[in-house]
Structures are given as C-alpha cells and as structure tokens.
Design a binder for this molecule. Structure first.
Ligand SMILES: Nc1ncnc2c1ncn2[C@@H]1O[C@H](COP(=O)(O)OP(=O)(O)OP(=O)(O)O)[C@@H](O)[C@H]1O
Ligand SMILES: [Mg+2]
Length: 374
C-alpha cells in the first residue's frame, strides 16, 4: 500500500440478518485528507464509519489503516478515535478530566495527561473552561470538549459521526470552519459523516456519496457538486432538474444531444461510450437556469417555453418552479440582486422561457442494464 494512503477499504460489506447495510465498498482515504461520507438517512454511513473504528465487524472484506490490516482488531488496538454524534461526555467529570480520561489509560503520568489535556482544550479554544461540568456548557462547547478529548489521543485517523448535528445553524457554520482549519493545520486525517451536502462541500477535500450501502460517486467536493454522474447524486446535491434527449453524434469529445429544443445541445462528453440514438439524461443546476420573457437564443443559449407554477421568496434567492409542456417540473434559482419588484415581470400561471448556456449541461453517465458504463 502506498505511503500516502491512511485508510484502505477493500470490498467491505456489512449484513444485519438479510439486510445489506454496506454493500461491497472499496475506497482509499489519503493521509491528511478531510474525507466525507455523505448520503441520506439509512444509506450506511455510520455503519461504514463504525467498521473503520472497530465498533462493528465487516461481514466481508478488509480494512487497513496505515500499513496494518485492522479488520479484526478491537477499537482500542486501532490508531483511530471516534467522535460520536451524542458527545458521550462523563457528566460527573469536569471538562479537564473528561479530556484527560483516555490519556490516563495510555500510561501517561498524571501530570503529563493534564498537560496534554490542557493543550487539546487550547486547540479548540476552551481555555478557562477546565473546571466546569458538561451541564454548565453550551452545546457547541460540549462538542468541542468531545473533539478535544479525541484529539488528545493523537489518533492517526479521526472518525466523526455527524458531530455538528446538535448545533444551531450559526454555530454550526462557525464550528465547521474551525474544525476544517484545525484539521488542516494539524495535518490530521478526518473521516467525517454527514447528510448535509452544504456541510460536506464546506469542509471536505473529497466526498463519497452513498446510496443504499454503496458508494455512488467519489470525487473532489467541487466535482461532486458540478459534475454529478448519476441522477441520485444530482438530486442529492440539489439539482433536481432532469431532461431527456437523444445522442445525435459524438465527435472530438463533444456530444450532440437532440432534446425538445430548437437546436442541438453540444456538450463535452466524459466518456466515449456514447453511440448515436442512445437515450441520454442530463441535468442543469437551478442557479444555472434563467427565466426570460423572450426566447433567448443569443450566444447559442438553450431555451424552453414553460408555465410558471410557483414562486418562493427566500431572501438571497427567489425560487421559481416551472413546468414544461411535457409535464416535467424544474427549479430555477434567481439571485435577488435586483430590487424585489423587478421579478414581478413573471407571474404564477403565466408563460416564460427557461434558458441556459449549453456548457452548463451535465450529462448523466451512460447506463446499460442498470450499470454505469464508461
Ligand atoms: N445493529 C443493526 N441491526 C440491524 N440493522 C441495522 C443495525 N445498524 C444499522 N442497521 C440498518 O442499516 C442501515 C444503515 O444504517 P446506518 O446507521 O449506517 O445509516 P446512516 O447512513 O448512518 O443513517 P443516518 O443518517 O440516519 O444516521 C439502516 O437501514 C439501519 O436500519
Ligand atoms: Mg448515522
């Protein structure tokens, strides 16, 4: 295994009775990487994380951490530490003792354990809180104590299971940035579980999007966002705008798609497995779509006439829900960078044109017999 790989998961599955919670997952996590497992409730994120930590044994497959096969090792023999969603602090112990607790089992002298615990608390900016009990802390502070406790053990890999779930929106955003900075400055490997796509995008170097026990896409975070490979990933990343077309030709890496628009759409193809007449599904992100009063065909724009079904004012954006004449529904985000009144040139029930630049068309990977190809 390469020097720079921290965790290697090889065809790992986990069954609970007949139910397959994790289905033959293979992936590698690099040293010093912020790696996220992202997916909806029940897709197997926690189960996979617990197998890395040793709290659950795989039904099949192997797990290596560093150079070592840890598949059958108990948690305390693995160079990892886990931060659970419910911080699991000892309620009767002061903050400092909570953080020093595990260190005392590491055969550190009491004085060294206290020193290390103080350093860890400083890392999460909790100096001065050493003598408080968990009940005397806010949710965000408790979260940081749990983090300090895990960091104090100096694990090679830190596993975090939705650690920010209990925090309010504002605090959550603050702690996201703090955690990311801490991870980067210490050069630690983080495996982070979340079902929040924005959180994953904010923090991660790479993201594995999971669906029903499988990894559906693993890519750099901006790549998962901008180039989803499947409809599931596109939907999960907030782009529920699907179109159907047919391949006209593939030449010089450019795919020509005939859709129900006047012109063909030419897009860069990510695979050369396409053939003429293949059915093709593609997606356009809501913020890349525009609503127009006229068919905007300048600069090769694609334009489809639609009926406006709904309008939701969200402060930063106005969300338009429109329907094509085929009955497909699309979501358009209009940034509210003009006075609010101006968007009243459109009304619910009226007709308008939905337009986009063809370069913003993202083609879903080709499927044959339900399997992705190319
Ligand atoms: N001990 C268990 N026995 C039986 N089924 C289990 C067990 N643990 C998990 N499961 C099932 O495995 C599936 C995956 O669970 P898991 O906790 O990994 O999901 P998750 O992606 O972490 O979801 P969430 O976002 O809700 O935390 C779920 O359908 C769950 O019901
Ligand atoms: Mg979970």
């Amino acid at each position: 295994m390469s020097e720079s790989i921290s965790v290697e998961i090889r065809e790992v599955s986990k069954r609970f009775g007949d139910f397959v919670a994790v289905d033959s997952v293979s992936l590698e996590i690099k040293k010093g990487e912020f790696f996220s497992l992202l997916g909806p409730s029940g897709c197997g994120k926690t189960t996979l994380l617990r197998m890395i930590g040793g709290f659950e044994l795989p039904t099949a497959g192997a797990i290596r951490i560093g150079e070592k096969d840890v598949t059958h090792l108990p948690p305390y023999k693995r160079p990892v530490n886990m931060v659970f969603q419910s911080y699991a602090l000892f309620p009767h112990l002061a903050v400092l003792d909570n953080v020093a607790f595990g260190l005392r089992y590491k055969k550190l002298s009491s004085a060294d354990a206290v020193k290390k615990a103080r350093e860890s608390l400083a890392l999460v900016r909790l100096e001065g809180f050493e003598d408080r009990l968990p009940a005397q802390l806010s949710g965000g502070q408790r979260q940081r104590v749990a983090l300090a406790r895990a960091l104090a053990m100096e694990p090679e890999v830190l596993l975090l299971d939705e650690p920010l779930g209990a925090l309010d929106q504002k605090l959550r955003k603050e702690v996201q940035l703090e955690l990311k900075n801490l991870q980067r400055s210490l050069g630690l490997t983080f495996v982070f579980v979340t079902h929040d796509q924005e959180e994953a995008l904010t923090m991660s170097d790479r993201i594995a999007v999971m669906n029903q026990g499988r990894v559906e896409q693993l890519d750099a975070s901006h790549h998962v966002f901008e180039y989803p490979k499947t409809e599931f990933v596109a939907q999960f990343m907030g782009a529920p705008n699907f179109f159907t077309g047919v391949v006209k030709s593939l030449a010089e890496g450019l795919l020509s798609i005939g859709a129900r628009t006047e012109s063909e759409i030419r897009v860069r193809a990510r695979s050369n497995s396409w053939r003429p007449d293949d059915a093709v599904r593609f997606v356009v992100r809501p913020e890349k779509l525009d609503l127009r009063t006229k068919s905007g065909t300048s600069d090769g724009e694609v334009s489809i006439e639609v009926t406006i079904e709904d309008r939701v004012y969200q402060g930063v954006n106005t969300v338009w829900v429109v329907r094509s004449d085929e009955g497909e529904r699309y979501t358009i985000y209009e940034q509210n960078d003009r006075p609010f009144q101006e968007s009243s040139r459109f009304r619910v029930g009226g007709r308008a044109f939905m337009s986009w630049n063809p370069r913003d068309t993202v083609v879903m990977e080709k499927k044959e017999n339900g399997q992705l190809v190319g």
